[in-house]
Design a protein around this ligand. Structure first.
Ligand code: AMP
Ligand code: MN
Ligand code: MN
Ligand code: MN
Length: 272
């Protein structure tokens, strides 16, 4: 069965509506799907019908902070009606809006005016840095999103503001209280040394995190092996997802992920 437990809709920084995403999942033969938008559950309220051949696992990707770094934690199989999660989502949305104002101010100091209004025109719902990237492309400041992140939005640049995100312990507790499993998202994307990643996984486990993404999209086998080793070492469950955002991104296509190694305990066995 094709399993994809990490993807985005236009309720955060994805290109497709929730219903379009479900349609694409059907086309790709995805049998188990979780929509994990950034800091919002709104996609779930917009789905008109879930086809009987897809098992939809309620999920979310929450922004958090570990030491001075931004870290993403996916919550899987959460109760969509949980009140603590609802207020957590409200808090995260407030942080996003405040952060957007600050990003806009900082970009303003670099000579780019009215970036908040510009970015908001691209955000259907939850605003994020990709919407600022789209605005910067539109005004001709950069050629593409990659350049926007490299120059203005990515690690260490003006628009990289992560100080307001809650600590990983807080986020893990939100997920656990909503009955879900906390999954450390795309560990290899943080570009940490192995020592640092080991420390993160140690803190994450102590906080009550129960799983990690061993596979994120199409990744090289050596990375998968390495992450599977860490997953076993910390006795975590293994998850996989594409981190799909838009149909034109080949390395993060919906339903296209590398296989989990046999040594892994899949997270879905947990709720089978
Ligand atoms: P935010 O949620 O506002 O912190 O923005 C993070 C999002 O930006 C990620 O989820 C990605 O979708 C996107 N992103 C991060 N780095 C890049 C990059 N180099 N190029 C394009 N998009 C990126
Ligand atoms: Mn994203
Ligand atoms: Mn992420
Ligand atoms: Mn994601």
């Amino acid at each position: 069965m094709i399993i994809d437990l990490h993807c985005h809709t236009n309720m955060s920084d994805g290109a497709l509506t929730p219903n379009q995403l479900i349609d694409l999942a059907v086309k790709r033969g995805v049998g188990m799907l979780s929509i994990t938008d950034h800091d919002t559950l709104d996609a779930y309220a917009h789905i008109s019908a879930v086809p009987s051949n897809i098992r939809l696992i309620p999920g979310i990707e929450l922004s958090s902070r570990w030491r001075k770094q931004g870290v993403h934690i996916v919550g899987l199989n959460i109760d969509l009606s949980n009140e603590a999660m609802a207020s957590a989502v409200t808090q995260q949305s407030d942080v996003r809006l405040q952060r957007a104002h600050e990003i806009s101010n900082r970009l303003g100091r670099l000579g780019f005016d009215n970036c908040l209004e510009g970015a908001q025109r691209f955000a259907q719902n939850q605003i994020g840095r990709p919407h600022f990237a789209e605005h910067l492309i539109e005004v001709g400041a950069v050629k593409n999103a990659n350049e926007a992140f490299k120059k203005y939005l990515g690690a260490g640049k003006a628009g990289d503001i992560k100080e307001h995100w809650p600590a990983i312990d807080t986020v893990v507790q939100w997920i656990r209280r909503a009955g879900g499993i906390a999954v450390l998202a795309h560990p290899s994307k943080y570009k940490m040394t192995r020592t640092k990643l080991t420390e993160l996984l140690n803190d994450f486990s102590i906080a009550g995190g129960e799983a990690m993404e061993v596979v994120s999209g199409l990744q090289v086998p050596s990375v998968t092996r390495d992450l599977a080793g860490l997953c076993k070492k910390f006795n975590l469950l293994a998850s996989c997802g594409s981190d799909f955002h838009a149909p034109d991104k080949k390395w993060a296509a919906l339903g296209m992920t590398s296989n989990l190694p046999d040594t892994c305990n899949p997270v879905w066995d947990h709720w089978a």
